[in-house]
Design a protein around this ligand. Structure first.
Ligand SMILES: [Zn+2]
Length: 218
């Protein structure tokens, strides 16, 4: 069982990926991690990717595709299944991924976390992080015990610039333009499962578990 997880920023891709990884033993592959490990190894494409990341830009498809393909081709195919988070992000990336999957003979399923835009704006704009320990809070859904202070180390929580209202709007626009076509693309291939991510977290999980159970047997 190999998965791609899609959804607007703030739909819970990271959280649900973590859950799936723990429960089913898949490897979590995110473009961020793949870039970081290539940068660390001093790989030429990794260094190129870093230039874009440092400039706050998306790494071009050409570089991203090659790095993700190389990572997938390194996997021990017989024993390792994966979940891709943050890739593919565009239709061109999806075409490239299809070719890569053929070379490693891995079928995929796609989970789409569908969520209302307003819910995303509410969730992201109330998100706060602790720079000291990296813990993420949500003022509405998982607030700290003491107002605006980290439960673990008492540091003052901050709002990341990514989570400010104007930036959220821009991220949503980019996502809708570039990534939503993937939903149609995978739907047309019969690979897509839409999950209502507006629901309570345990309901979202129950739907995911049910779906994965059905498909694991089949
Ligand atoms: Zn902290």
């Amino acid at each position: 069982m190999n998965l791609i997880i899609l959804g607007l920023p703030g739909a819970g891709k990271g959280t649900e990926s973590d859950f799936i990884v723990k429960k089913y033993g898949l490897i979590h592959l995110s473009t961020g991690d793949i870039f970081r490990s290539n940068i660390k190894n001093g790989n030429a494409l990794g260094i190129k990717a870093k230039e874009y990341m440092d400039a706050g830009q998306y790494v071009p498809d050409e570089i991203t595709n090659k790095l993700v393909a190389a990572r997938l081709q390194q996997l021990d195919i017989k024993t390792t299944d994966f979940i891709l988070d943050g890739y593919p992000r565009t239709i061109d990336q999806a075409f490239y991924l299809d070719k890569t999957l053929l070379t490693i003979n891995k079928p995929i399923l796609v989970l789409y976390l569908a969520i209302n835009e307003q819910t995303v704006v509410d969730r992201l704009s109330s998100r706060r992080v602790c720079l000291q320990c990296g813990r993420v809070y949500n003022l509405k859904f998982s607030p700290p015990k003491i107002n605006n202070k980290c439960d673990i180390d008492n540091q003052t929580l901050i709002q990341r610039s990514d989570d400010k209202a104007a930036t959220i709007k821009t991220r949503l626009q980019v996502y809708k333009k570039e990534t939503l076509p993937l939903v149609t693309y995978y739907q047309n291939q019969g690979l897509l499962k839409t999950i209502d991510a507006n629901l309570e977290n345990d309901k979202v999980r129950a739907t995911i578990e049910q779906y994965l159970l059905e498909n694991d047997n089949g």
